[in-house]
Design a protein around this ligand. Structure first.
Ligand SMILES: [Zn+2]
Length: 420
């Protein structure tokens, strides 16, 4: 009962804080478009954060886009991670890429006797308990089961976990299995039955079980989950192909709309006009009627005649959205040229998403160009990305921080994280 009250009352309390916060922008000059845009941004954010905190969006699925690739990723991820839908992804450049022991015949590192090695050993990075081990491919975890404690100690008993120490086995839909051995004690974050996504962090590199130092023992089993069914993992993975990275862009529409929502407001061939607070009307994927009246006019729509609950044809709303995006793209492209900055297409898409969400006024105020010139595509620049006083390490996983994280992932790594 206490738990129930807590769950219910916290979001209301936070909504109250947001209302106070929004109200602080009371003296808005209606003729000043930038001031009003800021106000609208506040309302959008407050609404989005409230909905998330109130749990209205908990059922949403999150998809990591893997493009057309069905290949296996290098099983070590980047230092940087992206949290999404309760799962942590490390999809950037892998921290460790050295193979210290090949598959097949080798001299046993402990006994010195010739033996067969059932996988490859990968080492490097920051050592015990720090390097992110990721799922090489989507799949279902088959090990560890619930009753396995994962407390084999690095440098402890060599027979712990049958020599594998703490380990994970994932079954993939193509009939293969991947095994990740010698993981750091209590670092495993998945269990049998879990659906894991390619690039998802499943544990940390350790040295538990039959191991002489920090490394990942990685196996590929083909056909069945048996030690006698291993194949050379290097036929499947490569350090040069750690993850799907698109620098071509071209998925902005899908990316943007996954974060803006609006598809649920479809009524036949139209979108329903919504009230997002303060009488502000929006339609489709977050298109505000008032500020886009001229764009709608171009397609024969007089927005003053479309009240909350009325409908506007999808093709018209989509055309207006495209026009908005193209406007943002022109503004950004001009700014990049003026500042002698070259961005990849995926980075341009990330910035457009940000501008679409926050408004172009806020965008220029944040001194994007100056900070980019100062910090480039680095973690320091990430702070600029998360301007606006939002603590991205906040334990609250709001829609807002999730969106900024997804944009940052797109900007920094070229990985599209969709919100569904
Ligand atoms: Zn090994």
């Amino acid at each position: 009962m206490l738990k129930k009250i807590f769950k219910f009352s916290i979001p209301l309390y936070i909504l109250f804080l947001f209302i106070i916060n929004v109200s602080a922008y009371e003296f808005v000059d209606p003729k000043n478009e930038s001031e009003v845009n800021d106000k609208i941004s506040e309302i959008y954010d407050a609404k989005e954060q409230y909905e998330d905190l109130a749990g209205h969006k908990e059922e949403e699925e999150v998809e990591i886009k893997t493009g057309t690739s069905t290949s296996y990723w290098w099983p070590i991820g980047s230092v940087d991670t992206v949290e999404n839908g309760g799962k942590v992804y490390a999809t950037g450049d892998p921290e460790a890429i050295s193979i210290t022991s090949d598959y097949g015949s080798r001299v046993d590192p402990i006994t010195g006797i010739a033996s067969t090695h059932s996988g490859v050993d990968i080492s490097g990075g920051r050592g015990l308990g720090k390097v992110n081990v990721i799922a090489a491919k989507d799949g279902i975890v088959v090990y560890p089961t619930k009753n396995v404690s994962n407390n084999c100690v690095s440098g402890g008993s060599t027979s712990c976990g049958s020599g594998y120490g703490n380990y994970v086995i994932i079954q993939h839909s193509n009939g293969t299995y991947t095994l990740y051995g010698h993981l750091y004690e209590n670092s495993i974050t998945v269990k049998a039955g879990d659906q894991v996504e390619q690039g998802q962090v499943i544990g940390k590199m350790g040295s538990s079980g039959y191991s002489t130092g920090a490394h990942l023992h990685f196996e590929v089993r083909v056909g069945n989950n048996s030690t006698s069914s291993t194949e050379n993992p290097l036929n499947y993975i490569s350090a040069d192909n750690p993850r799907e990275v698109s620098t071509n862009g071209g998925q902005l529409w899908e990316f943007l709309n996954s974060w803006e929502g609006g598809d649920s407001t479809k009524v036949g061939d139209s979108y329903r006009v919504l009230d997002i607070g303060d009488g502000e009307r929006t339609v489709g994927h977050g298109v505000t009627l008032r500020w886009n009246s001229e764009k709608f006019q171009k397609y024969g729509i007089d927005v003053t005649k479309y009240g909350v609950g009325s409908t506007i044809p999808i093709d018209i709303v989509d055309n207006v959205e495209r026009d908005i995006i193209e406007g943002l793209r022109s503004k950004l492209t001009k700014g990049l040229v003026e500042n002698s900055i070259t961005l990849e297409e995926n980075q341009i898409e990330a910035v457009i998403s940000w501008m679409y969400n926050k408004g172009t006024t806020t965008f220029s105020d944040s001194n994007f160009y100056g900070n980019y010139k100062k910090y480039g595509n680095t973690e320091q620049f990430r702070d600029n990305w998360f301007f606006y006083g939002m603590d991205y390490n906040s334990q609250f996983t709001t829609g807002w921080t999730r969106r900024r994280n997804a944009e940052w992932s797109l900007f920094h790594e070229g990985v599209y994280v969709f919100n569904r």
